[in-house]
Design a protein around this ligand. Structure first.
Ligand code: BJW
Length: 228
């Protein structure tokens, strides 16, 4: 990769699919089993918090039984060996990048293992029994919610992400459908600043036409091939 110093990598549910974690939009995926409006919006949470807490409790338990796959491990190797700048942005709320060895991961849609206090905005480890309304360890309010970004909410650390997109030489998108903004717009942002763009996915994403190159296949195979 000559002339490349700054890399931004965006991952989505497809990078964890071969670890056994459900994606969202596939046949039989999470959004076929649960209505988005019920479990992934602030309005759904206000309407039926127990349903939403049970959904995320189930997701957290699923994540904890799974292991990183060769795609996570390859990205950790790249981070360890790359002597330029590399920002790994994930839309995933699982911790498989970290358990695969990545040291620095930006979770733009939050993390399944954390709770967020709606009153004081402190983060804390997800308590086993959030559905019983334990108090926030920082302020004592019974206002904990999953530390995830729902539709209509602002994804995390956007300034940092756009700054990196504006300075990157290579943008790589892995295992995401390109159906959800603002992440789906990152390729255009990077391209507008002159970056090369590469998509690694099982099938073409919605924004596939924006990429200079697309390589199709399972992430566990094509990500190590690209990295090594
Ligand atoms: C494999 C594989 C294998 C399978 N190997 N690959 C226009 C502009 C801006 C915003 C909007 C807009 N229009 C509408 C909006 C608002 C909305 C939105 O995007 N709606 C769309 C439905 C149109 N966006 C928002 O509300 C966001 N906030 C926002 O916009 O704030 C204002 C703002 C504006 C401008 C700048 C900044 C801010 C918030 C979105 C929050 C999304 N939240 C969720 C839930 C998170 C918690 C949880 O996990 O439960 O995030 S929804 C869900 O979708 C989750 C995912 O991170 C996200 C993306 O899904 P992903 O990862 O792409 O999964 P899939 O299933 O869709 O795709 C999997 C892919 O993998 C497929 O392509 C497969 O082929 C592939 N694959 N197996 C390789 N083995």
């Amino acid at each position: 990769m000559t002339d490349i110093r700054n890399i931004v990598i965006l991952t989505g549910a497809g990078v964890s699919a071969e670890s056994g974690i459900d994606t969202f939009r596939a046949d039989g995926g999470l959004w076929e089993q649960h209505r988005i409006e019920d479990v992934a919006t602030p309005e759904g949470f206000a309407r039926d918090p127990d349903l939403v807490l049970r959904f995320y409790e189930m997701r957290k338990e699923q994540i904890q039984t799974k292991l990183p796959n060769p795609a996570h491990q390859a990205l950790a190797r790249l981070e360890a060996e790359w002597d330029g700048n590399l920002l790994l942005v994930t839309q995933n709320i699982d911790d498989l990048h970290e358990r695969g060895g990545s040291k620095s991961v930006l979770h733009m849609h939050g993390e399944a293992l954390l709770a967020l206090c709606s009153a004081c905005e402190a983060r804390s480890p997800w308590p086993g029994v959030m559905v019983e309304r334990p108090p926030c360890p920082s302020c004592g309010a019974a206002a904990l919610r999953p530390d995830v970004v729902w539709f209509g909410e602002m994804p995390y650390r956007m300034d940092e992400i756009y700054a990196a997109l504006g300075a990157c030489d290579l943008f790589v998108s892995i295992g995401t459908s390109g159906a959800v903004y603002p992440a789906a717009g990152f390729v255009r942002e990077a391209k507008a600043h002159g970056a090369q763009t590469l998509e690694l996915n099982l099938e073409r994403s919605q924004g596939s036409g924006w990429f200079d190159e697309t390589r199709l296949g399972p992430a566990g195979e094509i990500v190590p091939e690209w990295v090594d």
